[in-house]
Design a protein around this ligand. Sequence first.
Ligand code: PHE
Ligand code: ZN
Length: 849
Amino acid sequence: MKDAAPQPIYLADYTPPNWLIDDVHLTFRLAPNATRVVSRIAFRPNPDTASRDFFLHGEALTLIDARIDQKPVTPDLVEGGLRCSVPDAPFIWECEVEIDPANNTALEGLYMSSGMYCTQCEAEGFRKITYYPDRPDVMATFTVRIEGDMPVMLSNGNPVSQGPGFAEWHDPWPKPAYLFALVAGDLVNHPGQFTTRSGREVELNIWVRPGDEGKCAFAMEALKKSMTWDEDVYGCEYDLDIFNIVAVDDFNMGAMENKGLNIFNSSCVLASPETSTDANFERIEAIIAHEYFHNWTGNRITCRDWFQLCLKEGLTVYRDAEFTSDMRSAPVKRISDVIALRARQFREDNGPLAHPVRPESFVEINNFYTATIYEKGAEVIGMLKRLVGDDAYAEAVRLYFNRHDGQACTIEDWLSAFQDVTGRDLTQFKRWYSQAGTPRLKVTEDFKDGTYTLHFEQHTPATPGQPQKAPQVIPIAVGLLGPNGHEVMETTVLEMTEARQSFSFEGLTARPVPSILRDFSAPVILERATDNAERAFLLAHDTDPFNKWEAGRALARDGLIAQIREGAAPDAAYLDAIHAMARDDSLDPAFRALALGLPSQDDLAQTLADLGTTPDPQTIWEALETLRQARAQHCQDLATRLHAQFQVTDPYRPDAEQSGARALANAALGMISRLDGGAQAQRQYDAADNMTQQLAALSCLLQSGTGAEAVQRFYDQWRHDRLVIDKWFTLQIVHADPQDAAATAARLTAHPDFDMKNPNRFRATLGALAANPAGFHHASGAGYELLAEWLIRLDPVNPQTTARMCSAFETWKRYDAARQDMIAGQLDRILDTPGLSRDTTEMVSRIRG
Ligand code: PHE
Ligand code: ZN
């Protein structure tokens, strides 16, 4: 028999907490299998509610003792927590529970990773530590005493006292339980120091396992830059005497913004030139910034309930993107973000998992840490800023901070600050938070008597639970170019509010070429009939870097679609235009490297499905191979020139300039390898003194089928570095020939270094299979079967990571009947697994539809 379907909870059902807390005292007596947690909590009735029902969340806890105002009580242990009869007045709750961190493989609550204790409480993990009203609108100050024999014992806030076998911490800032953290272990620190602009001296530490201390300097610099940037740009200053970051090997996500004690997946903090790529460095800088920025957007001002998750995540992603743009290249950051947005968020928005930026119901909140909440949530902030302007944005954010400091807020609070500052009615804008799906924006145009008119029509397709959509406010940044390539109208933001709307531009002497949706001013899909000549023109002349890149991307995509649908040869217009672009030394090398990228297999599959053609993953893969081969031939001399010209001779720096040069040189190496059988890549591999060069060469060798020896050498060189070995697992699977991909992944799951309990390693292996679409979707069905098998195995160990990885199947409805049957079979097989977690049940049921 199947378990009863898990019940959703609804935003509309929100009620405030009956009981509030001012202050919490926690004592931890650490022991791997039997940690005792003693809590002492001062509760008082919420004057705004009538009910005095007293419910505390709790999961996987053994209750040892409970007292109210010192008198023992016997609470009712109920599903998900306990109830107790309590006085109708303030009281002190004291409770002792026992938990088992060593057997906590779900990595939520208090768990152990490589011998150290650590916690993960967002979203609902604190209830696995003690009984508590585990909801973000209950905020309290925390005092924490840790007793144990670990050399380093940390919690939130400032240190109070410490001695042999104990440490005490106090966090003066009221916070919800999801921001609680504790770490204890044999750790070493990389220290730093920061003086805030009002003169507060802050001690900074990055805590790592002994041996990793040499990989902290970059993250420490990123932290200092983030602290300065947030003061300069948002006026946000740090508010404690100490800021600790800890690197943990076993972690479900990237990192976590616990107050004063950020905990990071070690892959998102540890860096060295020898072991990390340029992309790793950039990501580490961004995540350090992201978690630090949460101190204001998330911690000082938090979310009322989990439906408001985008309030902190969309805003913080937007802020970290601004930071990266300021530290590096704004156009390169924007283009990379749009590539990622389309790959993950558009895909999500277009399938069975589509949901609004602010969902109205969920079964398991862990399943809503999605590209939609994070990345589309950030796009919504960007649109708001574009609509109101930079000054009004700054003023509204200031008002939001001042008005809501110390509160748990909603999207309404955020938008009110903007309405109050600008006088603008944001009712329609708010649809970006409530309507799922990516709007399609159809554009036609006419030109008559010097007047050029753009006609827009918006339409958002139905998504699960939302058959009808109303028109949204779309900021459309437009520029116009004259026939000679000069700009005749600089960027102007059109504000579209209707389903159909036209905008005219007068006084033109010739029909202009439009550059529409500059800087990707809204997360929409532009549909416009155009031709290769115009795209090549824009690639050559557009002054907007995003649209310049976009023109090249569209040219490549159309040519690939013609190859796939009509058996056409690689498009000569694309080859000529891309050659001209790549050769242009006035362009940033990083931009050129991005423009040499090609649409992904998944992009092409979706484009085909939109055109009514059932995508065949193998044909898509072959078309890309054919185009890459043709391009290598077409650009042969240029590739050799670029590879030589952009070799970096200075000592390694992970900055924008050097990483741009390496990116272009390595794009060139990719072309060279298709013609020389990997000889140049082998030379680069042998000479490489940093991971960017080594890994790029290894990728080329694997793609040209000559990587076997390098793969072995790579393993021998790096077998003691788990983050590098993750790369080793991934690369072999991602670059495997489609027909071998599943077998390669299967073989690697049997490797002694495969460890399903480590989420990084699991993702490096099974996630890599899904990242090889032609391999994953191979007609044999072996890819589907292997992934399903491992998801079923992982689910009882780690439901959260299992559920996230189910999204590999989310596009299944676009494929042919045979593949759909096979996938449906695997989805059913997962759903039929006895005892399947709530996380995975929700995801697979939604995908299955
Ligand atoms: N709040 C974290 C972030 O975005 C992400 C996270 C969510 C981490 C849930 C762990 C668990 O920075
Ligand atoms: Zn975040």
